[in-house]
Design a protein around this ligand. Structure first.
Ligand code: ADP
Length: 486
């Protein structure tokens, strides 16, 4: 069977650059799809970290002016899979994050930086680079939303028709910009339309992708349904409803090479489901690392962006509750300044009970999953969520709001599920002070029934959230779209 050649267009991918779940997914897809006859090439912007990682790379194409900036395309490998990097110093070579400066302010030229990503994707798919042919373009989030739009509205002359998929990892990030950028995008006038790139008087790169792609996927079946409703659709609910037959929910998997408690170099002690008592060494190490009291009460963890979406404002109001029921909390995250201060204040109020680390620390996140008893994920919406999947794999029981991918991946430990021996975590409805407080109390009381807790941990560890099924689903979707385009 000849393989399907897919160009995956992303603004971040592990191990080169990561700000969230998108990077985990973009980094894992090439390996997830290879067993299904898909050869995936990843296209990434040449941020300093990416340029440093690829070292000396071969030039395969040049631009005098890509969205006004000189650029070259370089080819390299990412974990053994093909990678194309856009080396455009004027767009990407700067210190700071992929989307913001060091102070957290959005780069003012993000529209140009990510329009360039889309333009390059459409050019490559259109045959601009000799010897590189693609059957399909897979774009991720608003940053890659212009790829399907350029394929639809402004393909290279004589380009073959190449179908595209856009995956929405988070509908809340619409990539909205002032209408004044329109002429510089190089789209025909008719693209400025209600069924084009226009979104409430502005240009939205996410909308550009959603209206242009041949299929829309999102990262869980429940979120795929939720975004048809105003509470979750962020203004796109009508569009999603109108294209419902083109919308698919495909769960993210986890990369077992990165996330396996039996072989995780970050852990003090590795373990499998038969040796859960070995987790105690990790728990002790974690307590020491966060300056927490050592005891056998429940140790809750949170690893998250500190934002309203993640319900961290609500958790910030529950630190007294956690300490009051004999629990402890170790929190790793960064985000809204007032939440960071609120958690710092809680740690000062409850020494030994609440430990806080503000920042981003990949290795610490592994140690937390390997030593914590339960991970708190009170998201108001959650397209898929990865931290609950890591929690399940590590026997760190997820306590989650019943929404999006959290609803799809955790089985609540209600009495019937406990009795049937199928529970994997705790779920609650609606994110409020009361609902989260009672979920935390319920988790603590399950924890205090060691036989029940152990079964919940083991059930979670037995779940298969590897990429197997999802890789197959993406491959089948690609094949269908390619067939339909012929
Ligand atoms: P989102 O992409 O919305 O932030 P996900 O749960 O899909 O949420 O993915 C978050 C990813 O980022 C996970 O891999 C999680 O472990 C990681 N992560 C989030 N915050 C931190 C942090 N402060 N330090 C280390 N890893 C983090």
């Amino acid at each position: 069977m000849p393989s399907i050649r897919v160009l995956s267009v992303a603004s971040e991918a592990v191990p080169l650059v990561k700000t969230g779940g998108l990077a985990d997914v973009a980094g894992a897809l090439p390996s997830a799809l290879a067993p299904h006859g898909v050869e995936m090439t990843t296209l990434l912007p040449g941020y300093p970290a990416v340029m440093a990682a690829i070292g000396k790379a071969r030039r395969i194409h040049g631009y005098g002016a890509l969205l006004g900036e000189p650029a070259r395309l370089l080819t390299a490998k990412l974990d053994g899979h093909p990678l194309i990097v856009i080396d455009a110093p004027g767009l990407y070579r700067r210190e700071g994050g992929p989307y913001t400066d060091a102070a957290g302010r959005e780069w003012p030229d993000n529209w140009r930086r990510f329009a360039a990503l889309g333009r390059v994707a459409a050019d490559i798919a259109g045959g601009a680079v000799k010897g590189r042919r693609f059957d399909l373009v897979h774009a991720h989030d608003w940053q890659a939303g212009m790829a399907p739009a350029y394929l639809r509205y402004a393909p290279l002359p004589d380009a073959p028709r190449v179908p595209s998929v856009i995956t929405v990892h988070n509908m809340a990030f619409v990539g909205g910009f002032d209408r004044a950028i329109l002429p510089a995008l190089g789209l025909p006038d008719y693209a400025w339309a209600i069924d084009g790139v226009e979104f409430y008087g502005r240009v939205s790169f996410l909308k550009a992708g959603l209206v242009s792609a041949d299929a829309i996927t999102t990262v869980s079946p429940t979120y795929a349904e939720e975004i048809r409703r105003p509470e979750f659709g962020m203004g796109f609910e009508g569009l999603i409803e109108g294209r419902a037959d083109r919308v698919h929910g495909i769960l993210n998997g986890i990369d077992a090479a990165q996330w396996s408690p039996a072989a995780d170099p970050a852990l003090a002690a590795s373990y499998g489901h038969r040796h859960l008592n070995r987790r105690t060494a990790n728990k002790r190490a974690l307590e020491a690392e966060f300056g927490l009291d050592q005891d056998d009460g429940p140790l809750f963890i949170a690893i998250t962006r500190l934002t309203w979406q993640k319900g961290m404002d609500v958790l910030a109001g529950l630190t007294d509750h956690i300490a009051g029921i004999g629990g402890r909390l170790a929190l790793l995250g960064s985000g809204d300044a007032w939440m960071e201060s609120a958690f710092h204040a809680a740690a000062a109020r409850h020494p030994g009970r609440i430990g806080v680390r503000i920042g981003y620390d990949e290795a610490l996140s592994h140690r937390m999953q390997g030593g914590g008893d339960a991970i708190l994920i009170p998201s108001r919406f959650e397209p898929c969520g990865l931290t609950q999947l890591y929690g399940l794999a590590y026997g760190c029981v997820p306590v989650v709001a019943r929404t999006g991918g959290l609803a799809d991946t955790v089985i609540d430990a209600n009495p019937a599920a406990v009795q049937a021996g199928v529970a994997t975590g705790v779920q609650f409805d609606g994110v409020t002070h009361e609902t989260l407080a009672s979920a935390i109390s319920r988790a603590a009381s399950l924890y205090r029934q060691p036989e029940v807790w152990r079964i919940i941990q083991k059930n979670g560890m037995a779940c298969d959230f590897s990429w197997g099924a999802s890789g197959k689903a993406y491959a089948a979707l690609y094949a269908r779209l390619i067939e339909e385009t012929r």
